[in-house]
Design a protein around this ligand. Structure first.
Ligand SMILES: Cc1cc2nc3c(=O)[nH]c(=O)nc-3n(C[C@H](O)[C@H](O)[C@H](O)COP(=O)(O)OP(=O)(O)OC[C@H]3O[C@@H](n4cnc5c(N)ncnc54)[C@H](O)[C@@H]3O)c2cc1C
Length: 359
């Protein structure tokens, strides 16, 4: 939640894209049923409701979602279980009678012994198009500081997804002259991934595809980036210019001309370029996972090949975006997280195998 909140604050996101039934509580309806009891939530939502941002999907406002999660964290006493450290290694330990367990190594030098490990690290590398050279005022969207934007600045935002739209809108509201340049056509969709990808009609044929490389291609085809209709409308209202179907876009910090963005054979000088081109799950970014992959754990170009129970190695499970070869294109969002939790919970671990002990 710390990472989540920081990301949302950086991009000034007021309302989640996902529906109110997607959240970390076990009861699907918990958020939708509860938020009406909070007068402060109603107040927070009022403005969003008027502009249609919350709409029929009952999208949570960022503030209400945080309060909901905070309450869950308190109820489940998860804070008491949190060890603030980075996992740098994971070593399989074989017991004498064939049992297996894991030694998880932390960056402070300590280790944790566990029968089972669930990797939920959302391990990713940034996606930067081949023609885009970052540096100076040419930035990846993850580094953008909206507070630094001045009135009248010319900003080119590369991308066609929700992040591109969100950053463009906020910069325009700060008085910048913004152009969104998208490689492909304009794509408007209420959800980033079709809801069918959380149901068997899409998932059954996906799982029946035996070749994991083909499953990866399916996921990448589906995750093509789109923005919600209300954001698309806001961009038009805010006079954000759009260039769609631009093909490959280039950008570089030019020492003489400043940031330069190019498409369709034309180069334009601007004050800032933001590459809102997202990131790609890649287990090799985390040393702990890279080591397991190097010793033979299967993966397709950085995506682990898991079994139906999300198990990568004996007692080692992966959830989140990295589990897309099993969970499908929705793996990295809250709906995918719920699906992963269901799989892990229904797997019914033997009580004697679930303990965590400190070495
Ligand atoms: C701008 C933006 C908006 C989004 N909006 C939505 C939305 O509205 N709805 C939706 O469903 N999804 C949304 N998403 C997708 C969102 O990222 C996921 O839904 C959610 O954050 C996934 O949770 P996660 O736990 O898998 O990953 P994260 O929330 O990224 O959490 C991963 C955690 O693992 C920790 N970690 C990583 N490596 C290690 C390590 N080696 N050791 C210890 N800890 C480690 C990180 O510090 C972090 O705390 C959005 C994403 C972005 C970027």
């Amino acid at each position: 939640m710390t990472a989540w909140r920081a990301g949302f604050a950086r991009q000034c996101i007021d309302v989640l894209r996902s529906p109110g039934v997607h959240h970390p509580a076990p009861d699907d309806m918990a958020f939708v049923n509860t938020h009406g009891n909070w007068p402060t939530f109603e107040t927070a939502c009022a403005a969003a409701l008027r502009s249609g941002s919350v709409g029929p999907l009952q999208r949570p406002t960022t503030a209400a979602f945080w309060r909901f999660c905070l309450q869950l964290i308190e109820q489940t006493e998860l804070n008491d279980r949190l060890v603030p450290a980075t996992v740098v290694g994971a070593v399989a330990v074989r017991g004498r009678c064939g049992t297996s367990s894991w030694k998880v190594e932390l960056d402070d030098g300590s280790t944790i012994g566990a029968r089972q490990v669930v990797w939920a690290g959302n391990t990713r590398r940034r996606r930067v198009p081949a023609g885009v050279q970052l540096g100076g005022a040419v930035q990846h969207s993850g580094d953008v500081d909206l507070g630094a934007v001045g009135v009248g600045e010319r900003i080119a935002v590369i991308g066609g997804g929700q992040s591109a739209g969100q950053l463009a809108l906020r910069a325009a509201q700060r008085g910048a002259a913004v152009t969104v340049v998208s490689r492909g056509p304009r794509r408007v969709a209420d959800l980033d991934v079709d809801a069918g990808w959380l149901m068997e009609d899409h998932l059954a044929p996906f799982r029946a595809t035996m070749d994991p490389a083909e499953r990866r291609r399916v996921v990448e085809r589906v995750q093509c980036g789109s923005m919600t209709s209300d954001l698309d409308l806001e961009l038009r209202r805010s006079r954000v210019a759009r260039v769609v179907g631009a093909g490959e876009v280039t950008a570089r910090p030019d020492p003489d001309r400043g940031p330069v963005v190019g498409f369709a054979g034309v180069e334009c000088e601007v004050d800032r370029v933001w590459a809102a081109t997202g990131s790609v799950p890649d287990l090799r970014v985390a040393p702990a996972l890279a080591e397991l992959a190097a010793s033979g754990a299967p993966h397709i170009d950085g995506w682990p090949v898991l079994d139906d129970t999300l198990q990568w190695l004996d007692g080692f499970y992966v959830v989140g975006a990295l589990a897309a070869l099993t969970l499908g294109p929705a793996a990295g969002n809250l709906g995918g997280a719920r699906a992963a939790a269901d799989i892990l919970a229904n797997r019914g671990p033997e009580p004697c195998r679930t303990g965590i002990s400190t070495y």
